[in-house]
Every structure is written in structure tokens, then in C-alpha cells.
Design a protein. Sequence first.
Length: 214
Amino acid sequence: MRAEFQKENLSLYFIAGTQDCPAGIETVLRQAIEGGITMFQFREKGPGSLDSKDDIVSLAIRLQAICREAAIPFIINDDVDLAVKIGADGVHVGQEDEKALEIRAKLKGKILGVSVHSSEEAAKAKADGADYIGVGPVYPTTSKADAKEARGTEVIRDIRLAGMQIPLVGIGGITAENAAPVFASGADGVSVISSISRAQDPKEAARRFSAIIG
Ligand code: 3NM
């Protein structure tokens, strides 16, 4: 699977857990796929998320099936054991999660994404074997309680100015209306939770990004 990962998979990278989807995560994911998302990350975290491990596993399996049918990569946030158990396409971790280097060793042939907040963290993630990095928050977000201060596109530009060519998505507060500067600063894609997951019409919300992605 990892060999098939290309930066184009990052163009419109939808992230969600049950806590982000008032209309129901399976319905929202199907609609987002119809609207053109290119990758999905299951992130069951924070207030309103499921408590039961069994419920999380069975939901992950159902979401994975939806992604498989649509041939888009299915990534799990921060739970390497779950990803290995169900054969997910990859894992995404933050700076506080299990070390990327250790995960890389466990996840041969899978996609590894790492959240970074500076060009130093980006260089480390690349050296540790990340396939892509997420850089944020670009804009203020209400989807992550412990998000850092929004830095606009500054960190993305720093990373590119340092000559780093790793596949990169911007994250945090991104909507179809404010996504263009993220691409202009050198991102290969945008990661989005609420502007799709909480939209009245998630399909239309996803579709609105296509003009910017080109
Ligand atoms: N990580 P929304 S910001 C999961 O800065 C996550 O690393 C961030 O949600 C980071 O699109 C964020 O609703 C939340 O703002 C993104």
C-alpha cells in the first residue's frame, strides 16, 4: 500500500470521529467521498468520542470498508495496534504520541503521517521515515482542544524555504474559502474536519474544494 501512496492522495484529506459528525460518521463519510475527498483519517478523540474499545474497533472496520469501496486510503489516528489489527493503510501521530521512528519500524509498507509545528519537527519527522507531514494549525480551530496558536501559512513556507520536499498538508480551520493560500504556500493538500463534518451538506462542502485543488 505504501508504494501506492502519492502526494495526490493528500489533496483533500478528510479527518473525523463520531464527536465531529452530528449527522452520523458513516453517512458523513459516504457523502464526503461522493464530494471528492482523497484520503480519510479516523480520529476518535476528545469530548463526545466513543469510550468502548469494542465499539471503536467495529466502527473502524465499517469505515475502512467504506474507504476500500471508494479506493481511498484509510488512516488511523494515534493507535498503531488498531491499525495493525484491522490492516489499515496507515497511521497518523502527533508529537505527543508514540515516537514516529518506533512506529515506522512496526508499520512496514504502511503510510505514516506525523503532525509538526516547525521546520525542525518537520526535518525530524522526515528523518524518522514519515511519508507525509501535517502542519498546523493554519487558522484557529475548535476541533482540537489542545491545538497550538494558529500560525497562518508561515510554518509551511518555512519548511519549503528550507528545501524540504516531503508531502505536506495544512490543517486547522481550513475551509473552501480560505484554502487557496495554503496551497500557494507549498502544501500538497488540506486536512479538514469541521468544514466537511459539520456542514449541512458534506458532499457539497467537499465538492467546493475541487476548484482550489485544480
Ligand atoms: N490537528 P478543523 S488542528 C486534528 O494543528 C487537528 O496539528 C491540528 O479541525 C494541528 O478542520 C486539528 O475542524 C483540528 O479546524 C482540525
